[in-house]
Design a binder for this molecule. Structure first.
Ligand SMILES: [Fe+2]
Ligand SMILES: [Fe+2]
Length: 182
């Protein structure tokens, strides 16, 4: 089996339900960047792997006042994910260059930085709005409050670097914000 497929299987098996957000992040990265290489596709499918390994699904959301946007949690989420996927790739005997590039991408997928880190971040945001708005509006806003979810939507939208990605995400973002009006 090819390495990307092995990672996809690892991601899907680690998750309690089929991870559509991850699959669509791969789709959107190809849409935004036709030159995306194997490391970028692996980083895209695995970028949120940390979430599959935590015990409490609300860990980092309710445990602090800043909720979803807590910088410490974001840093932990990115870096722990990079470590988990790096270890998996090493076990598969992947080349060091590939392992290092995947780790570099995952370790900044929330905040971006380099051109390719930004492309992953943008694809992540599009896939988030495409797939997660219903869950955040209908379920999570009841648990954590509408303001918290509005802040998260604004952050996920404003962090997008490319105007093309922003235009793709805009319709889902605006729909979500409208549904959160008081
Ligand atoms: Fe993430
Ligand atoms: Fe994500």
């Amino acid at each position: 089996m090819d390495l990307y497929k092995k990672v996809e299987q690892f991601v899907q098996e680690s998750s309690s339900k089929p991870d559509r957000h991850a699959l669509r992040t791969v789709f959107w990265i190809k849409e935004l960047y036709s030159q995306a290489d194997k490391a970028m596709l692996i980083a895209a499918i695995a970028h949120d792997i940390q979430r599959a390994f935590k015990k409490d699904k609300l860990d980092g959301i309710r445990s602090n006042k800043k909720g979803f946007l807590d910088e410490k949690h974001i840093k932990y989420h990115q870096e722990k994910g990079a470590e988990i996927i790096g270890d998996f790739l090493k076990k598969q005997k992947a080349e060091d260059d590939l392992v290092n590039k995947v780790k570099m991408l995952v370790s900044k997928h929330e905040v971006g930085g380099s051109k390719e880190q930004n492309i992953l971040k943008d694809a992540d945001s599009i896939s988030f709005f495409e797939n997660n708005v219903d869950y955040f509006v209908e379920k999570l806003s009841i648990k954590v409050g509408k303001k918290e979810v509005r802040d998260k939507f604004n952050w996920m939208f404003e962090r997008i670097t490319s105007s093309k990605a922003k235009e793709i995400a805009r319709v889902w973002y605006e729909d979500g914000m409208k549904r959160l009006e008081d």
